[in-house]
Design a protein around this ligand. Structure first.
Ligand SMILES: Nc1ncnc2c1ncn2[C@@H]1O[C@H](COP(=O)(O)OP(=O)(O)O)[C@@H](O)[C@H]1O
Ligand SMILES: [Mg+2]
Length: 417
C-alpha cells in the first residue's frame, strides 16, 4: 500500500489562536486511509516570507492563506505556487485580488440575488496627477449626489467599494450626513447603498470548503458579543436560502474560506457583504463555533489532499449566467439550480461520505483536546492578549462558559450519533 505524507502550510499575519488549535489537532490526527486503503499522514508548518525562485518547488500540498490580501510578496508567492506547482490554496489569490466587493455585487445582481440598490460614486478627491486632471476636465460629468440619494431613498449606507473591517462605513439618514460622508471619503471610492432598515436578523455564514455555518450576528454589540449561540434562529426555508447564497458566491468565485453577510427582513434575504478574503475566526469572536471552524479547516484540507482534488483557477461564469438569464425560472428555482452547481464544485456528497467514513475520529479528538489543559491555556492566553487586564477574569470565565456549553452539546451529539 502506498503511503503519502502531506504538508499543510499556514500563511499567517498576527493570529496565534486558531493556528495553535489547528496545529494541535493535526498533530493528533494520526493516519487517514482513503477509499483505496492508502495511508495519508499530515504535518503542518507556518510559512516564512523570503526570496523565492520562481522555479523552486514548494513543499506544501495545501496552503491556508491569511496574509496575501495585505501584502504583495506572499500574494505573488501564492500565484506562483498555484500556476507552477498546483498547490491547493484557500483562497485563490487571483479572484480575491480582482473581485472585491463591487465585483461580487455585480455578479450576484446578475444571478438574481436581492442585493440592495447600489450606486458607485466617482471619487470625492480624484488622484492627483496632470493626466487625470485633463481627463476629468474633459470627460467627467457633473452629478447631483443629493438627487441620487433622494431617488434611492434614505436611509443609505456609504461604504468603500472594496470594503473590509467596517472602515469608512457610514449610515446616512439625510442630505447633510450624505455630504459630510462624501467629503470625508477623500480618495476612497464609495458605494451608496440602500439600507435594509429594521432588519429582523443579521446572519453571518462562514464557509470552509463544502461546509457552511450560519451564525446569528449582532453588529451593534462589542466584538466579543457579536456571535450569539443560537440554533434554529432562521426557519428552514430561510436557512436553506442563506446557506445557498453563501455557497453560490463561493462556488462562483472559487473561494473556499469566506464569510457572507446577509440581512433578513420579512422573510427576504438580502446579501450585503460576501467577499471576505480573511474571515474572522478568532476564538474570542467565534467561541462556541471555534471547534467547528478548526475541524472544518482540517476536514477540507485532508479531503482535498487525500482524494487528489485539483485546484481550479478557472471560473465557469457562463454556467451560472445561463441559469440567471432564463426567464422561465423563478428565484427559488434559480437558487436550486445554483445550489446544484455549488454542490458539484465542492463535491459535497463525496466530501460528506469521506468525512463520515475516513474522519469520524476527528470529533473525539477535538472534544478531548477542548476538555484538556492545552485548550484552556490557549483560551487564557488569547483573552490576555485581546482584552485589557482588568477584564481578564471576566472574559476568561465568559469564554470558559461558552466552551463548556459546546462540550455539553458535543457530548450529547456524539452519544446520540
Ligand atoms: N445595506 C445595508 N443595510 C443595512 N446595514 C448595512 C448595509 N450595508 C452595510 N451595513 C452595516 O454596515 C456594516 C459594514 O458594512 P459591510 O458592507 O459589511 O462592510 P465591510 O466590508 O467593512 O464589513 C455591516 O455589517 C452592517 O452592519
Ligand atoms: Mg461586513
Amino acid at each position: 500500500m502506498s503511503d503519502h505524507r502531506h504538508l499543510i502550510g499556514l500563511l499567517l499575519g498576527t493570529e496565534e489562536d486558531w493556528p495553535t488549535a489547528f496545529e494541535a489537532i493535526v498533530r493528533r490526527l494520526g493516519t487517514v486511509h482513503d477509499g483505496t486503503g492508502a495511508a495519508h499522514r499530515y504535518d503542518v508548518e507556518r510559512i516564512t516570507v523570503e526570496p523565492f525562485d520562481l522555479c523552486a518547488k514548494p513543499r506544501y500540498d495545501v496552503v491556508i492563506d491569511r496574509l496575501a490580501y495585505w501584502y504583495y510578496h506572499p500574494r505573488e508567492w501564492l500565484k506562483k505556487a498555484a500556476l507552477m506547482d498546483d498547490v491547493y490554496l484557500l483562497n485563490s489569490p487571483f479572484t480575491f485580488q480582482s473581485m472585491e466587493k463591487h465585483a461580487a455585487y455585480c455578479a450576484m445582481l446578475r444571478l438574481g440575488l436581492r442585493v440592495p440598490d447600489t450606486v458607485l460614486v466617482p471619487y470625492k478627491n480624484p488622484p492627483e496627477h496632470a493626466k487625470y486632471a485633463y481627463t476629468a476636465e474633459k470627460y467627467n460629468q457633473p452629478f447631483d449626489l443629493g438627487a441620487i440619494a433622494e431617488r434611492m431613498g434614505y436611509p443609505l449606507f456609504m461604504k468603500p467599494y472594496d470594503g473590509g473591517a467596517w472602515v469608512g462605513v457610514t449610515m446616512i439618514r439625510g442630505p447633510e450626513e450624505l455630504q459630510r460622508a462624501y467629503d470625508a471619503s477623500g480618495q476612497r471610492l464609495m458605494h451608496l447603498q440602500k439600507a435594509v432598515a429594521g432588519y429582523d436578523v443579521f446572519a453571518r455564514s462562514l464557509s470552509i470548503g463544502a461546509e457552511t455555518m450560519v451564525m446569528n450576528f449582532d453588529p451593534d454589540q462589542p466584538m466579543h458579543g457579536r456571535y450569539s449561540v443560537s440554533h434554529g434562529f432562521l426557519d428552514a426555508a430561510t436557512g436553506e436560502e442563506t446557506v445557498t447564497i453563501g455557497k453560490l458566491v463561493n462556488a462562483f468565485f472559487r473561494w473556499e474560506f469566506n464569510s457572507c453577510e446577509t440581512l433578513i427582513k420579512d422573510g427576504v434575504v438580502y446579501p450585503i457583504d460576501y467577499a471576505n478574503a480573511c474571515p474572522d475566526i478568532a476564538l474570542t469572536s467565534l467561541h462556541y463555533y471555534f471547534p467547528w471552524a478548526i475541524k472544518a479547516l482540517i476536514r477540507w484540507s485532508v479531503f482535498c489532499t487525500a482524494t487528489g482534488r485539483r485546484p481550479r483557477l478557472d471560473l465557469e461564469t457562463r454556467r451560472f449566467f445561463d441559469i440567471a438569464d432564463r426567464a422561465d425560472l423563478s428565484y427559488g428555482e434559480k437558487l436550486r439550480a445554483y445550489r446544484a452547481l455549488a454542490n458539484e464544485y465542492f463535491q459535497t456528497e463525496a466530501y460528506s461520505d469521506f468525512c463520515a467514513s475516513r474522519l469520524a475520529h476527528l470529533d473525539e479528538i477535538m472534544l478531548d483536546w477542548v476538555r484538556g489543559p492545552d485548550f484552556d491555556r490557549l483560551l487564557v492566553d488569547t483573552v490576555r492578549s485581546t482584552f485589557p487586564q482588568h477584564e481578564h477574569d471576566h472574559f476568561i470565565a465568559h469564554y470558559r462558559g461558552l466552551l463548556d456549553m459546546w462540550k455539553r452539546d458535543e457530548e450529547n451529539r456524539l452519544n446520540r450519533g
